[in-house]
Design a protein. Sequence first.
Length: 259
Amino acid sequence: MALNYLYKMTSTKIKTLQEDCSLVFIPLGPTEVHGPHLPLMTDICSGLELAERAAAKLQAKGIESVIATPVTYCAADVTNVFSGNTSLRLETVEMIFEDICISLARNGFTNIVVVSGHADPGNAAAVVRGIENAKKINAKIKGVYSDWFNKGIVEGGAAKYFNGENPTFDLHAGESETGFMMMRYPELLDMEQISKLEPNYEGEFLFERIANGAKDFIECGAPNAYFGDPAAAKVETADKQYDVFSDYIVEEISELLKM
């Protein structure tokens, strides 16, 4: 069966779906710089891909869901030093997600899962605050910000499907995201740039440096806006990585629906 995209459906179809469906995905990603080789839409595409994979796996189990319109802006200040980056204030992110959750719940979609392709901890906290604010207004809302990134990358859940030497430091525009974009949008990659990029494993210290006051990726050790090994990317391993990532999301939803 086809997946249900809220923004592709008519109001009549949505009303019919509401009778049997309360689960909704909100894909999230900023319009953010991803090295010299990937387009600024990378995180947006990643969040949507993971929502689609998880939705398909749930549908196979007999659980219908809706994929809401992707949120294509959020807080991404650490890459503001590079051309083209767009970022929102944390307060704006919080209010946006409060309003979106309330609107979705008004239409019966009360089980809300935010799937972000963007791992900025400050942005994640703002999204969670927005969900919690919405819960105070509508007690029927149950929401979760997926932890797929920490489980799959930082904790090494998908490590065996990486070709680079340090997959847990592959945090931004590295092997995983480069492989994903090769798989879905190969025409948008700068392949000449990829062949010139050396591995950068300063991602080992990224979150520590941000916590200690580093203001941008240059101060965090990524002068070219990437952490990881883009040249190690392969379509076949990226597909396996994203399959693992989406499995974590399905597990989180199973827990959410039990609450």
